[in-house]
Design a binder for this molecule. Structure first.
Ligand SMILES: [Zn+2]
Length: 410
């Protein structure tokens, strides 16, 4: 491996520096492409520091097309490249835009060699080598735009230095029965086919092992969300059909910047200490879940189930933020704004629920819209809200979010 140490020569901020961590905190290797047809560690460092105001370059390593490797940071440095996961990931960036270009042999070999050596040094298993897109919150990001399934199989094939136990063999016997509904816990060739399809269209399901585990469920839900069908993590007829017909967007997304990281939310991710809440199995529980439920008008049982997930999405839609059903830094901040404006002001998302949402805020709306004032958000109130939204030419959903509230009372 041809590694050039650039730790002290790259552009860095005079006033700010990245925090540090223990090596033992590192759990993942993150693979990026630069999303630029050319570039170098020097150019990315200048951009990250001078344009984005970061303490230094975002990546730990940059790999040029000729296979030369630039070392940019100590592994202990917590730099910016995968948002909320920065503190436990090492970032490797391959120069190139793999939406339109292909990896050179020298670059591929160097990236594999470096990744293997890091896996060895840090005791990181193959399944923890992830593409940027596979990190929480980044399913929308076309980075590194190569199949990570393939990348991991290259690591496995050519890795003579370590052994990897074979995946458990599926207990489902193909042809024994034809299942129309696939869900968590299922195993078999049909699950493997599902995982391959998900991987092919860019919703990476983790290891393709024929087992419908949490990562597969997560991939199914990400797909369902993107396909605008009901999000339940279960593959029934509707999802099956959508999977068959889905065409991944081939139009390259223009970043308009020299690297794949023009993410001004980095700072927000870095400073957010609250837990990320989302629908997983087993379901997340806690007072933080309860707090969120109280604000979005969901039953406050402290368990993040499908209903809470759906309410979170409604809330996100009404706030005009990324609609992913996940309470991450951006959603936490939007929820904080509700609290700040409490007291006669907008408090929570109002929609028709079972049982009906009840309260003084509902009465205020009913008075404003001239419907019977009973303090219950039922179908008649919803109808009046829709009519109002149509008249005001704002999104017609029958739900009072902050936008509709402000329009009504300001
Ligand atoms: Zn990236």
């Amino acid at each position: 491996m041809n590694i050039i140490d650039k730790r002290s020569s790259l552009a860095s901020s005079r006033s700010r520096s990245y925090t540090r961590r223990a090596r033992s905190a590192i759990r993942n290797i993150a693979i990026h492409h630069s999303a630029t047809t050319s570039g170098s560690a020097e150019a990315f460092a200048r951009y990250h520091v001078n344009e984005l105001g970061w303490p230094g370059i975002g990546y730990h390593y940059v790999i040029d097309k000729d296979g030369s490797i630039s070392l940019c940071h100590d592994l202990e440095v917590v730099s910016y490249h995968v948002g909320n996961s920065n503190s436990f990931a090492v970032g490797i960036c391959m120069v190139g835009d793999f939406r339109t270009q292909s990896l050179t042999d020298a670059q591929r070999q160097a990236t594999l060699d470096l990744t293997r050596s890091l896996m060895d040094q840090l005791t990181i298993p193959i399944d923890n080598v992830w593409g940027h897109i596979e990190f929480p919150g980044y399913s929308w990001k076309p980075c590194p735009s190569i199949s990570m399934q393939k990348f991991r199989s290259w690591l496995r094939e050519e890795g003579a230095n370590f052994s990897e136990s074979p995946p458990p063999s599926p207990s489902y016997v193909a042809g024994a029965r034809k299942r129309t509904i696939l869900s968590r816990g299922d195993q078999g060739d049909d699950i493997k086919a599902l995982q391959e399809r998900l991987d092919e269209i860019g919703f990476h399901p983790g290891p393709i092992d024929g087992i419908f585990g949490p990562q597969t469920a997560d991939a199914v839900m990400r797909f369902q969300r993107t396909a605008s069908i009901s999000v339940d993590g279960i593959v029934g007829p509707e999802t099956r059909e959508a999977l068959r017909d889905y065409k991944p967007a081939t139009e390259p997304i223009e970043h308009g910047s020299p690297t794949d990281e023009p993410d001004d939310r980095e700072e927000m991710y870095r400073t957010e200490t609250r837990r990320m809440l989302r629908l997983i199995s087993p379901m997340m529980r806690g007072t933080d879940v309860q707090e969120v439920q109280g604000k979005i008008g969901s039953a406050t049982d402290g368990i993040f189930g499908p209903e809470t997930g759906a309410r979170v999405r409604e809330f996100q839609r009404s706030e005009g933020i990324t609609e992913d059903g996940i309470v991450g830094p951006q959603t936490w901040r939007a929820l904080d704004r509700i609290q700040q404006s409490r007291g006669g002001r907008y408090q929570r998302l109002l929609s028709v629920q079972t049982p009906y949402i009840r309260g003084e805020d509902v009465k205020l709306i009913q008075r404003a819209l001239n419907v019977r004032v009973d303090g219950l958000y039922g179908p008649l109130t919803e109808q009046a809200v829709r009519k109002y939204q149509r008249r005001e030419a704002i999104a017609v959903d029958g739900i009072v979010g902050s936008q509709t509230w402000r329009r009504l009372f300001n």
